[in-house]
Structures are given as C-alpha cells and as structure tokens.
Design a protein around this ligand. Structure first.
Ligand code: ADP
Length: 274
C-alpha cells in the first residue's frame, strides 16, 4: 500500500508539471499546424498550368515538405494529448458503459492504428458488460495498450482484444492472483510480440519510463492506463513472457444493475475484501 501511495504521489507531481507544459505546448502546436496548412493552401493555388515549370516543381517540393511538417505536428499532438490525459486535465465523466460496445466502437480505429502489417482480432462475450467509467478514458486505455502491442511486434504478429466476465467467489489465483472476490469485467489486450524482461516489467508503470526511441514513446502510456484503471476501482494485470508475448488484463467492477431508476445513484458492485 505504501508503495502504491508513493507511486501515486510521484505520478501527481509529474502530472502537474507535464500537464502545464503540454497545455502551453499544445497552443503553440495548434498555431504551427494552422500556419503550415495555410502555407500549403497558398502554395496549391499558385500551382497552375501556365506557371513556369521550375516554379511548379519548386512549389511541389514545398508542399511535400509542408506535409511532412503537418505529419510531425500530428504526432506531436498525439504525444501532448497523452501528456494531458496523464495529468488528468481533461474532464472525467464516468457513465455506464458496456465494454463490448466500447470495443466494437473503437475497433476500426484500432485497426488503422496497427496498420496492415499486423492482424487485429476482437472477441467479445455474449452478455452485456456494464461498467462505470469515462468512455473517453476507456478508449484511451485501449489505444495505449494496442499501441504498445504494435510497437512490440516489429516483425509482424497478432493482437487480440477480448472481453470476459469473471465471477470470483474468493480471491483469485493463477492469472488472477490476488484479485478480490466479485464480479469483474475483463478487457484483455494480448500480443505475440517481444515480451518483457522481469526488469522492464517491474518499471512499466513508472512515469516516463520507456525503452523506445525518442519521439516514439513518452513512457506515459502504462502510467496513464494505471491511473485510469485505479480511478475506476479496477485492477491491472500484466502477464509477459520474453520472446512469446504479453497479455495486459484490465479488470473493472461490473455494474450490478443494467437500468437504473432516474435520479438514483449508480450502484457499483465493488469487491468487498482488502
Ligand atoms: P511507451 O509506450 O511510451 O514507451 P509505456 O508506459 O506505455 O510507454 O510503456 C513503457 C514500456 O513498457 C515500453 O517502452 C516497453 O518497453 C514496455 N511495454 C509496454 N507494453 C509492452 C508490450 N505489450 N510488449 C512489450 N513491452 C511493452
């Protein structure tokens, strides 16, 4: 528990700092992207057929370069949005979300994210899986985990996103070791990637810990996932074998009732032990 407290204090301090920087940086980035787009529009209007060939070729190069600027800007914007989410400057509104629906809603976006080189499969269970969570944050959890899975498979492979309902009568064992009794919705992202050494695995929730090249990772993905899952009363289980792959399981308390009377506070079925 003490370790957890220290971890969350560290995360908060880093988050405040990072959030402030990300916020200001984002404003500058918006200006940069806006001007790059304007310049591209202007360049495109100058390229007409009666313009001299040298000018047309020059402008074509300029447009290619501007597109590179905008692409880099988009990546930078993704990193800052990760920073902002980490520092929780974004408003959090938990609502009743069916995890199966959430997975299907985001499936195509995840597919685009991992590209054509990798295969994404999704498998959802038949029954509804209601949980109380901010829908945007749940999407972010999925995106972060799928991006990590993608980055762990430079030579191709498979990512599986799956859902399950776990009804624990007592404290779990095996893959669910230490999980308190209760009804849990399980969201698993499994990859056939590099896996992690125990040393790496021990540090993945540390803010800014990354093994990726500069510009490829912030080291905030897993910290963010951890924070979101913690806030939603859930658990995060990482099961990784070097050379075989990694499975990250997100456990969220299943909402007891599907339809709540208007005005009544949502009944969250929380595990009772600890
Ligand atoms: P980032 O992805 O920006 O590096 P994260 O906090 O998401 O930051 O991850 C931290 C580190 O954990 C990664 O750099 C990587 O070494 C390791 N990691 C996370 N997920 C996986 C995975 N699915 N397979 C292998 N390594 C992983």
């Amino acid at each position: 528990l003490e370790e957890q407290l220290l971890h969350s204090q560290k995360m908060e301090a880093v988050g405040t700092l990072a959030g402030g920087i990300a916020h200001d940086f984002n404003n500058l980035l918006t200006a940069m992207m806006g001007f790059a787009q304007l310049a591209d529009q202007q360049a495109s209007t100058l390229v007409h057929d009666d313009a001299p060939l040298a000018l047309r070729n020059g402008l074509r190069d300029v447009r290619t370069e501007l597109i590179e600027i905008m692409k880099a800007g988009e990546r930078a914007a993704m990193l800052t949005s990760q920073l902002l989410a980490f520092s929780r400057r974004q408003r959090v509104t938990p609502t009743e979300v069916d995890v199966n629906v959430a997975v299907h809603d985001i499936e195509r976006m995840l597919q685009r994210l991992i590209g054509e080189r990798l295969t994404l499969t999704t498998r959802t269970v038949g029954q509804p899986l209601p949980v109380m969570v901010d829908a945007g944050q749940l999407a972010q959890v999925l995106v972060n985990l799928v991006v990590n899975a993608r980055d762990a498979m430079p030579n191709g492979g498979m990512v599986q996103v799956s859902t399950d309902l776990l009804d624990l009568a007592a404290v779990g064992d095996g893959a669910y070791a230490g999980v308190p009794a209760g009804a849990w919705v399980v969201l698993t992202v499994q990859d056939s990637g590099t896996g992690m050494t125990p040393e790496v695995q021990a540090r993945i929730f540390e803010p800014f810990y990354t093994t990726k090249a500069i510009g490829d990772g912030t080291g905030l993905g897993m910290s963010t996932v951890y924070g979101i899952v913690q806030q939603a009363g859930g658990r995060l289980l990482v099961d990784s074998t070097l050379g075989v792959g990694t499975a990250v399981r997100v456990l969220l308390p299943r909402l007891a009732a599907r339809s709540l009377p208007v005005g009544a506070p949502p009944a969250v079925e929380r595990p009772t032990s600890e």
